[in-house]
Design a protein around this ligand. Structure first.
Ligand SMILES: [Zn+2]
Length: 104
């Protein structure tokens, strides 16, 4: 039988790219790492964490090294709330714009 008639509970998977607004890969957006761009990731993530908590939902957070280095308490909070932490690279640089030495 191709289709099962069993009623199985649907499993949803929710993932988050944890990065700053200025990490978006827009061609016109050139950001110097030492710039004074405002950080929004902590405040926005706390809103998301409260929402996930209200639904007792768990997520995998793919974290940029840039964010983890600057906001280690945020990463600990995410982990302490039971979410999975995964890597999203360091600075969101597109792979095809990196050379072999930088990738490895
Ligand atoms: Zn991303």
């Amino acid at each position: 039988m191709l289709f099962s008639m069993r009623k199985e509970k649907m499993i949803n998977i929710f993932t988050v790219d944890l990065e700053e607004w200025f990490h978006a890969n827009y061609k016109s957006l050139i950001i110097d790492e030492n710039s004074t761009c405002s950080n929004r990731v902590v405040e926005n993530t706390m809103v998301l964490l409260e929402l996930l908590d209200s639904y007792r939902a768990q997520a995998t957070f793919f974290v940029l090294g840039y964010v983890a280095q600057r906001f280690p308490k945020l990463i600990k909070t995410i982990s302490d709330m039971g979410h999975e932490i995964a890597s999203h690279g360091y600075s969101h640089e597109l792979i095809y714009k990196q050379n072999r030495k930088k990738v490895f």
